[in-house]
Ligand binder design. Structure first.
Ligand code: KG4
Ligand code: ZN
Length: 355
């Protein structure tokens, strides 16, 4: 039995978790900073790192208490050390090193993007992935497809060339006047709308491309909501403002955005599955991770994709879609088993290790 304490501070969630044998979550505490960033409609890095500093110690103490284990039962300390906001990452990495040193246990640095692909495997009764798998990470910072050989080995086969899909959701929410946090609130508004009333462009790039582009969709939504502007940039004058739309219009536009974004993700997954089959490495399952996995339409359409292709599609439980430390501690178990541990020189790095 291996108990790992995980820490996650890469963006605006201060999180800690205790996970047994890579799967069983004994406790998972997430202190969200939404209320601190709400008035800026986005994460302010300096505010985020200061809040992590204030919260990390109580969050870790609460996690260990809630797990019902003693400090000496913990066999390793895992920390998401990349990618993310550097000032935020540094708080988790420093706290992880201090804990590892004080407990006399190894520290394991974990790539946050890779950890999102472990989130679906958490929980004692969750189906476990079989490899090779097709992986899709859809978050506020990343939108990438991976050919996954094992929990700790994967390479990117497609990526966004501009905005991440979560970022597009957050910007679309601002355009539609939806309150922060944009993703979940836009999802709720879209569920009340009729997607067929507006057509928005689906950017698939060329016929074989596994890359994504969401900036055109965002601009098309802006023009749909406010009309074609006269002038450009800060000088632009729009035909109307968001207040001129009826609640039903806003919901219909939100639904059109949601359908277009999600269908793009589904189309690219189908393409990737076909390309893996043609290359003689057919995927044995699909693993999806990241905050946008909480999206109602994505969850439904991903389930339908799996059913139509006879392929398991693994999605995280709702609590493990957005940033959390259980996925960090869970993935660290696989690193530990492979003998991969770090030392007190472990750096915080702003970019992902995945290529
Ligand atoms: O994985 P995550 O917590 O942070 C990153 O690693 O980026 O993902 C956060 C992203 C945000 O952009 C948020 O708007 C989006 O996930 N998100 C959603 C939903 N819930 C969170 N997007 C669409 N629908 C949702 N229900
Ligand atoms: Zn994340």
């Amino acid at each position: 039995m291996t108990l790992i304490l995980g820490l996650e501070t890469s963006c605006d969630e201060t999180a800690a978790a205790v996970v047994r044998d890579g799967r069983l979550v004994l406790s998972s505490v997430v202190a969200s900073q939404n209320e601190l960033h709400e008035r800026y409609r986005g994460v302010v890095p300096e505010i985020a790192s200061r809040a992590h500093l204030e919260r990390i110690t109580p969050v870790v103490e609460e996690t260990v208490r809630a797990a019902g284990v003693g400090w000496n039962d913990i066999e390793a300390v895992a920390v998401g050390n990349r990618p993310g906001l550097i000032g935020s990452l540094l708080v988790g990495v420093s706290a992880g090193k201090a804990l590892a040193w004080a407990l006399g246990r190894p520290i394991v640095g974990v790539d946050h993007v890779q950890a999102h692909l472990h989130a679906a495997a958490l929980g004692e009764s969750s189906p476990q992935p079989e490899f090779p798998a097709l992986g899709l990470v859809i978050s506020g910072g990343h939108t990438s497809l991976y050919e996954v050989a094992s929990p700790t080995s994967m390479h990117a086969i497609g990526r966004t060339i501009d905005d991440a899909v979560g970022e597009a959701y957050d910007k679309a929410a601002v355009i539609l006047g939806v309150p922060y946090p944009g993703g979940p609130n836009l999802d709720r508004l879209a569920q009340a709308g009729d997607a067929s009333r507006h057509k928005l462009p689906r950017s698939l790039l060329d016929d074989e491309s596994l890359d994504f582009s969401f900036s055109g969709l965002k601009t098309a939504l802006l023009y749909k909501v406010r009309g074609i502007p006269r002038g450009r940039g800060r000088e632009a004058v729009f035909e109307r403002s968001i207040g001129d739309l009826s609640p039903a219009d806003r919901a219909d536009m939100a639904a059109a955005f949601q359908t277009t974004a999600v269908e793009t993700l589904i189309t690219k997954m189908v393409r990737a599955l076909e390309q893996m089959s043609r290359a003689g490495r057919p995927a044995r399952c699909v693993i999806i991770g990241g905050g946008v996995c909480a999206n109602s339409l994505l969850r439904r359409r991903a389930g339908e994709l799996g059913a139509s292709r006879g392929l398991p599609v693994l999605l995280p439980a709702m609590g493990y879609c957005v940033d959390n430390a259980a996925m960090i501690a869970g993935l660290a178990y696989h690193h530990l088993r492979a003998g991969r541990v770090d030392d007190l020189h472990l750096p915080a790095v702003a970019t992902t290790s995945l290529r």
